[in-house]
Ligand binder design. Structure first.
Ligand code: PMV
Length: 316
């Protein structure tokens, strides 16, 4: 009984903050950083043991509290595959995805475990089911999560998301190269979301107009992604960053990295996620990737990741 599974990180491409007010957002997978899980037979009589390598924790499924998100998905898969929990299994988990930085590491780890278990039990599963199981673990971590992370990570495709409606994966029509630069400034999303709420309470008309403009550009961005139109997508990202500044969630550190990426030839760049620190993303040409990466580093990025969105091969 052996199985392996892996899952990517994620980043919000456009639409953060406005999404809280009912406008659409687009999130994309970061396939170059992944979480992985391996399931293999364990020591006889030892039960199901979880080895979480990154946090140096080794614990028994039986001893895990009901609030443990990994234990939650393991129990769910055992039930769905009708497997007795008296099994002896080692489940080893590792992840390259930075934690607590809006990159969906919790959802990716849970997805990797779910995939590895279904593979080990020889039980067929589709992405919708994986996403649904992982959503349960997300509620333990985040209360009432939007469903973005589990969907983008389980499908490993860009998703279109509007609060209160099921997130929908879609295909891109060309290759899009993205750089993800960590400003090194921790960004507690809760704070910026709270500040935006207070500002919206003070001047609803202005904020609703800003959110409307973001909603409209996110819709245009989906079309640009589907057409493979990098130039248009870059312009829309740029405009989204300007609007995020007007909303009040950018900071000098974000603006500095955005400027550096643009000066080095990026098609567009913007903050991603909560803002006031956190990550900046840049859309680049393959040939320009190194130059922009160096510019971001010189401007103070403490970590750089890169990923490419690719069109899926048509099924024969
Ligand atoms: O950085 P993340 O993935 O936590 O994104 C935050 C996105 C916000 O729109 C700012 C908040 C939210 O709950 O949608």
């Amino acid at each position: 009984m052996r199985g392996r599974g892996s899952a990517p990180g994620k980043i919000i491409l456009l639409g953060e903050h406005a999404v809280v007010y009912g406008r659409p957002a687009i999130a994309v997978p970061i396939s170059d950083v992944r979480a992985s899980a391996i399931v293999q037979p364990g020591r006889r009589g030892a039960g199901i043991v979880i080895h979480a390598l990154d946090i140096g924790r080794h614990y028994l499924l039986d001893a895990a509290p009901p609030t443990d998100p990994i234990a939650c998905v393991i129990r769910e898969v055992l039930t769905r595959c009708e497997i007795a929990p008296s099994l002896d299994l080692d489940i080893t988990i590792s992840s390259e995805i930075p934690i607590a930085s809006g990159m969906g590491s919790g959802a990716a780890v849970a997805t990797a475990v779910v995939r590895a278990l279904f593979a080990a039990f020889g039980c067929p599963v589709d992405n919708a089911t994986i996403s649904e199981i992982v959503y349960q673990s997300e509620t333990l971590l985040h209360g009432t999560p939007s469903g973005i992370d589990n969907t983008v990570v389980a499908y490993e495709r860009p998703i279109w998301f509007v609060r209160g409606t099921p997130p929908t994966p879609f295909h891109v029509g060309g290759r899009f190269h993205l750089l993800i630069a960590d400003t090194g400034v921790p960004s507690p999303t809760r704070l910026t979301v709270g500040d935006v709420r207070a500002a919206w309470e003070r001047d609803r008309e202005r904020y609703e107009a800003l959110f409307d403009e973001i909603g409209a550009l996110v819709a245009s961005a989906r079309e640009a992604l589907q057409r493979g139109d990098t130039v248009q997508l870059g312009m829309l990202m740029q405009r989204n960053h300007t609007l995020l500044r007007q909303i009040g969630v950018s900071a000098d550190v974000n603006d500095r990295l955005v400027e550096a990426a643009l000066d080095a030839g990026a098609y567009g760049a913007k903050l991603s996620g909560g803002g006031r620190g956190g990550n900046v993303i840049a859309l680049v040409d393959e040939a320009q990737r190194e130059v922009v990466a160096q510019a971001l580093q010189s401007a103070g990025a403490v970590r750089l990741l890169s990923t490419t969105l690719i069109p899926e091969e048509p099924q024969p």
